[in-house]
Write a protein that binds this ligand. Structure first.
Ligand SMILES: [Ca+2]
Ligand SMILES: [Ca+2]
Length: 179
């Protein structure tokens, strides 16, 4: 009977020990669950951060693409402006040489024109009949004697000394006598 009691007591101890072990295991399992939840939360947070980073990267990529396109545009514009400046430069050179040619041509024409004018003016012809004779000499003389200012005309300045005076009258007379 004592032996049976002893066996029962041992069995009771074993059961208690097994219960304790189960309790410990349950606690450990609960702890594992808490850890798993915390881990899952950490993973979720990491995924959130990762998603934000990916979005930022995509945004930065778009900005970079835009900047690259803008830069390419600026490079093209500068190149075009350089070509434009170069074109304007050569056009300017062309215009300058044309201007020089025009100046030369104008000088030549003015000289030619002066020559033509000289040929048109019959020296000593005051009344405009195309020849210098006594009547012209008398006209100049009259004006000189009247004391009036004698207006300078290329025709009246027969000796071409820049003024109209008696010297021109004499020359006109001489010419009219010779012709
Ligand atoms: Ca005349
Ligand atoms: Ca004169």
């Amino acid at each position: 009977m004592a032996e049976l009691n002893e066996q029962l007591r041992k069995l009771g101890e074993d059961v208690k020990a097994e219960k304790d072990r189960n309790t410990t295991l349950t606690e450990q399992l609960k702890e594992r669950d808490r850890e798993a939840v915390a881990l899952q939360n950490a993973v979720d947070a990491q995924n959130q951060t990762l998603a934000e980073l990916r979005a930022k990267l995509a945004d930065d990529s778009r900005k970079l693409a835009q900047l690259t396109a803008d830069y390419a545009g600026v490079v093209r514009a500068v190149k075009e402006q350089k070509e434009e400046v170069s074109g304007m430069h050569s056009e300017l050179g062309l215009l300058k040489s044309r201007l020089d040619e025009s100046k030369t041509e104008i000088a030549r024409l003015e000289k030619e024109n002066a020559g033509l004018r000289d040929r048109l003016v019959v020296l000593g012809d005051i009344n405009g009949d195309g020849k210098a004779d006594v009547s012209d000499a008398l006209l100049v003389l009259e004006k000189l004697l009247s004391g009036a200012d004698v207006a300078y005309t290329p025709g009246a300045d027969a000796n071409r000394d820049g003024k109209v005076d008696v010297g021109d009258v004499l020359l006109i007379l001489n010419k009219s006598l010779v012709e």
